[in-house]
Design a protein around this ligand. Sequence first.
Ligand code: 13P
Ligand code: SF4
Length: 354
Amino acid sequence: MEKMMESTATYQATYERMHSMMAKIVPEFELREKAKLVVEINKLKRERNAIILGHNYMEPALYHTVADFTGDSLELCRKAATTQADVLVFCGVEFMAETAKIINPSRQVLIPSKKAGCSLAQSITAADVRRLKAQYPGVPVVTYINSYADVKAETDVCCTSSNAVKVVEALGTDTVIFIPDEYLAQNVARETGKHVIFPETDPRKLAQGQTAIDKVFVGWHGKCEVHEKFTVGDIERVRRQFPDVVVLAHPECSPEVTAAADFAGSTSAMIKYVETVKAPRYLLLTECAMGDNIIAAHPDREVLRLCSVRCPHMAQITLEDTLACLQELRYEVVVPEDVRLRAKKAIDRMLAIG
Ligand code: 13P
Ligand code: SF4
């Protein structure tokens, strides 16, 4: 009886907290259902000595309730490296969970859905990277964290959207192979005084013993299926309606879009911007759920977002599947040891750069 009263009180407190944050974003009947899942997930987390890492793109009813740590790819990677929990549930996409396993292999790393891929990560294979390295021998390979373990294993150093400029500058070379995101390459090249060439359209080759062509990034035609859809026309149309809007874009957007925006940065950098720079309203050019998360935490901020463009992979991670993940300890992330060790070197090198 006492137990029943306690669980009713826990449910009520959970529901009320969710309602106070999300009443304007999530309909009440859905909040009531989600609150039940949240209570179960938080109970199982304690029983299994598990933690949940939640990417900034998770839906608000998951992001603000069950995630022990939230952040962008780099922040979650750092957290995964140091956690002492037995079980690490990654509420994000597969390459993120894989990265956690690579850097902290003694933990059981789980992902709630097997369908949470990424268009960038799947745009390039390890064999593609080996071909590029053969074409440009001696040129360091910088690989965006949105890639799979076997691609990272072929890489000198990884980067995320928040540290890519720093990583390239730390290498100190004129030429780098920068893969797989074409637009991130163009955005970072602009910031580091370089430009991007593509092997199939640029005939320049390295001469024997030469390790640099010019101040160039050798790029790859990978794109984020979400960020590639935002256009300068979108920005212009919103600015016509709201001349005082501040536009924030993720660096996976085209260089034309980031140039037209007021600010470009990682998901956490965008959140921090909204939190610290007061403006009448903001337009976020990134996955729509992140705008919901900001509004839930900061109801005084007016955040516009273009929700017809969604990440279908991030959307695979639901509260229902997160509960099943903890109940059945599924789906375990496994990385072959030889691949893991080589991929870890590239991630460690990135983490050491900062
Ligand atoms: P962040 O590292 O900025 O969180 O980006 C991850 C991502 O997949 C963006 O689409
Ligand atoms: Fe990949 Fe784009 Fe989805 Fe990020 S938003 S996980 S880059 S498809």
